[in-house]
Structure formats: C-alpha cells, structure tokens
Write a protein that binds this ligand. Sequence first.
Ligand SMILES: Cc1ncc(C[n+]2csc(CCOP(=O)(O)OP(=O)(O)O)c2C)c(N)n1
Ligand SMILES: [Mg+2]
Length: 326
Amino acid sequence: MDEHPPLTIPSGTPAEIERFYRSLRRIRRVEEEIARLYPSNVIRSPIHLSIGQEAVSVGVIDGLNPDDVVAASYRGHAAYLAKGGDLKAMFAELYGRDTGCARGRGGSMHLIDPAHHLLGTSAVVGTHIPLAAGQALALKREGRGRVVVVFFGDGATEEGVFHETLNFAALHRLPLLFVCENNFYAIHSPLDHRWATRRLCERVATYGIPAHQITDGDLLRIRACALEAVASMRQGSGPVFLECHTYRWCEHVGPSEDFEAGYRNRTEAQPWQETDPLDVMGRLLDPLTRAQIDQEITLEIAEAVAFAEASSFPAAEELLAHVYAP
Ligand SMILES: Cc1ncc(C[n+]2csc(CCOP(=O)(O)OP(=O)(O)O)c2C)c(N)n1
Ligand SMILES: [Mg+2]
C-alpha cells in the first residue's frame, strides 16, 4: 500500500464542519450499530461496512443537488445515508421486513431510495456502472443540468463493463462523475497482485475523461474536486473521474476486524485511523455542539431499529412477487 500522506488541516466554515461531522458521525454510528446487532442474527444479509471510508461519499455527495442521482455498490451504506436515504427503511431492509426500502427482499446490498434519487445498489461487482451511464444519458436528454455520481471500488475497475462505460460516457459526453473508492484491496487481493501499474488515472484519461487522484482522504479536498467536476458537467463538459484513496477498517464482509487474517496488518491501517476525518471534524467542533449532535443521532438510530423490530416480515404468499412477470 502507498504511504499515507501527512494530515492536512481542513478549512471549512463552521457550518460546513458541523454538517460534515453530523453526516460522518451518523454513518459511523449506524454501521457500528449494525455491527453490534449482527451477532444476534436479526440481520441475515451479508454486510459490507464502509467504516473508515465514509468521507468519500460524504464529500462527493455534499456537492450535489437533491435531484442529482447516485449509484453505489454493495458497500453502499455511506452513499445511501449521505444522499438522504431513509434510515428507518434501511434498518427495516436489513431486518428483512416488509417496510424495508426493497420490501425486505434485498438486504444490505440492495439499498434503494427513488424519492432521494438513489439508484438501487448491486452485489455484482461493476454492474451498476453501466446503469448509472444509462441514467446519465436520460438526464442529458432531459436537459435540466442534473448529474449522476457512481461510486465503485478499485476491484470494479478490472471489469470489462467499467471500460465499456468509460468509453460510452466519454463519447456521448454524459454528465457522469465516476468515483473510485480505492481501498487497495478486492476482498483479500492487494492492488499489486492485480494491476501491472497503479496509473489508474492515466488509463482513464486515455478515454478522453479528465481524471483526478486524491490520496489523503481529506473530505474538503474531495468535496472541492467533486464540486468543480459537477459544475463543469452541468455545463456539458462530459464525464469526470475521481480516484479517492481510502481505507477499509473492518473485514471485507461482516462486522469484525480482520488484521489477523494474514493479508494485511494493523500498522498499515494506523495512519488512516490517526487521520480519521470524523475525529478531525469532531475536534474542530465545540464539545457541547458535538454532544448534542451525538445524542440526536443516537435517538434517531434507536427509533429506526425500533421501527424495524416492530415491522412485519413480507407475507409468505408474496414470496414470488416481483420474481416472475404476472
Ligand atoms: C462480477 C463479480 N465478480 C466477483 C464477485 C465477488 N466479489 C465481491 S466483492 C469483490 C471485491 C471487489 O473489490 P472492490 O471493487 O475493490 O470493492 P471493495 O469491496 O473493496 O469496496 C469481489 C471480487 C462479485 N460479487 N461479482
Ligand atoms: Mg477495494
């Protein structure tokens, strides 16, 4: 893995710092609650936590309008929540309940919220990338300057469909922001076992797409870069690519750590944990404000879990609904 660059001091306004802290903290606490509940088996779906990676979703999505569209992968809790996805419907989905955002049929890997312009997330690596391009084509034809952001991992860039979509998006100048969350691993396989060179941005640039790399996980830098990209896409510039280095703190799938699994070690995580944007933002807030935000989030999560627990499972006779055409 690359050396983690030195910490940069964020320079957001007080209102921005508070907004970012709230969003980062909310996502972190939601996922910590999912991890806490998981061993009790109330959540049966596989879970891919974004703990450590939240700043990418929060930074990019902060630069969007509410009616812009977001597409994400199975590691999609952060994007779903940052875009305004309904928390009660998310917990109910994880619990497999009929009130879930996919009526309890999809679980963690299939979050969706059309009201907040979140395309459904997908468990099959890379498959949401061309769907995002289709959406971007529709928005371009609509002509109202709306844009699409698609989040995916470093592993997804090895899929053929990623390259097909880059080409198509560049050719048709689609308003599509590609955001690669490069956490250096696809499950347990490190980048150096998978890529002959790390020059991902150069590879993308050959399609005719401006490509930028952010290596330090700085939320404000990510946001500034996304804002600029989105502004140019609204003017018809065509797609932009953003590679954000980041680090996954938990195991690939599941609620625990895996630093003893043999494919990575805790030393490599340390610089990322020491510069955790959540802590950085939290330290910039006054303790009273922080405590109030924390309390509001705790209450909101408790209400969402209670909502999920009080909801019914889908009726047995609906088992095949939405599977076969009537
Ligand atoms: C087409 C396809 N191939 C393989 C898998 C198994 N698989 C699930 S996640 C994953 C790793 C993807 O890594 P990356 O894109 O870097 O995302 P990350 O999990 O690191 O966020 C793989 C290979 C899959 N779900 N779909
Ligand atoms: Mg990865």
